[in-house]
Write a protein that binds this ligand. Sequence first.
Ligand SMILES: Cc1cc2nc3c(=O)[nH]c(=O)nc-3n(C[C@H](O)[C@H](O)[C@H](O)COP(=O)(O)OP(=O)(O)OC[C@H]3O[C@@H](n4cnc5c(N)ncnc54)[C@H](O)[C@@H]3O)c2cc1C
Ligand code: SF4
Length: 338
Amino acid sequence: MINFQYARADGVADAVRRIAADPSAKFIAGGTNLIDLMKQDVERPSRLIDISHLPLKSVEETADGGLRIGALVPNSDLAYHPLIAERYPLLASAILAGASAQLRNMASTGGNLLQRTRCYYFYDTATPCNKREPGSGCSALAGLNRIHAILGTSESCIATHPSDMCVALAALDAKIHVAGPSGERTIALTDFHRLPGTTPQRDTNLQSDEIVTAVELPARGFAKNYTYLKIRDRLSYAFALVSVAAALELDGETIKEARLALGGVAHKPWRDTGAEAALRGQTANRAAFTQTADLILRDAKGFAHNAFKIDLARRVIVRALTQAAHGTPQSQSHKKIR
Ligand SMILES: Cc1cc2nc3c(=O)[nH]c(=O)nc-3n(C[C@H](O)[C@H](O)[C@H](O)COP(=O)(O)OP(=O)(O)OC[C@H]3O[C@@H](n4cnc5c(N)ncnc54)[C@H](O)[C@@H]3O)c2cc1C
Ligand code: SF4
């Protein structure tokens, strides 16, 4: 373990002041990702700024009918919050599909957004990794890449973003509230995480001196027709190979509004608004869902060990949309769809 300083922030402004004063400092919230990374020598902050006592732990209704979730609301509290369970069950399902009960008790909303990839080479400091050490190379390209990305990859990095929560937030059009030395701003969740391009060391568009203060959900929660479907190697306590957050608004069998986001397939939650637009006005049936899957995956590219994800993603998209259309979010597609 490396030596580091520890300080406790006594307010959001104090946290921002402290991080702006020390570029190699890091915030610590639940610590469930950062401490592991420090133990593995992947992250070497000179100072930990403890934000876990900041007053960012409430879930409040907004004037326009949505919710504002403080960055320090624990994942468990959020998933079981009555307003989330009732109005945004897609988000509750996604959170509960992640990690374990103990981890979800510790993990914060802000920390979940900023958790880092689970690429094996990122954690193994004996191997080259452009994300950990820019310019050193990407060991996954010609190495073991079963869990890696099939969409939006670059020659520098093919890692995936591991969060479940963020996939649901992408589908729900969430906004991230942040504060920094020059004030506050909001970032759409879909613009928060980045594709790797030539700078895979940057996971997000958050600046190093900014803090996430809240996540805002718009009023539309898709509580009737939704599914979070996560496919993984074990039934629990495993990251997604492919996951899909699907949400529909139906008028009879006609799709009025469709939202789809994929996890486990890209460096960020993958949303294709063109494919969503193509679903609007269509009848909710297997033909339309298969067409949507083909559209989303048109540019997917597999590597030596993960090409199976392309077909898997196609089937998961169709099944998730089918379950959402039937209003049976946890079903194994027991009803026949035409
Ligand atoms: C064994 C294991 C299995 C897991 N399985 C899953 C899974 O299946 N699905 C899933 O989605 N997740 C999974 N996780 C990840 C877990 O959800 C994250 O570790 C957790 O959400 C991180 O939250 P935290 O508060 O502990 O973050 P921390 O570890 O405290 O921080 C993580 C990062 O976020 C930064 N940070 C934290 N809060 C803020 C803020 N407010 N503003 C700015 N920066 C901030 C920190 O500086 C750090 O860089 C798993 C983790 C473990 C250890
Ligand atoms: S995929 Fe990304 S995180 Fe993994 S080794 Fe390559 S550069 Fe590093």
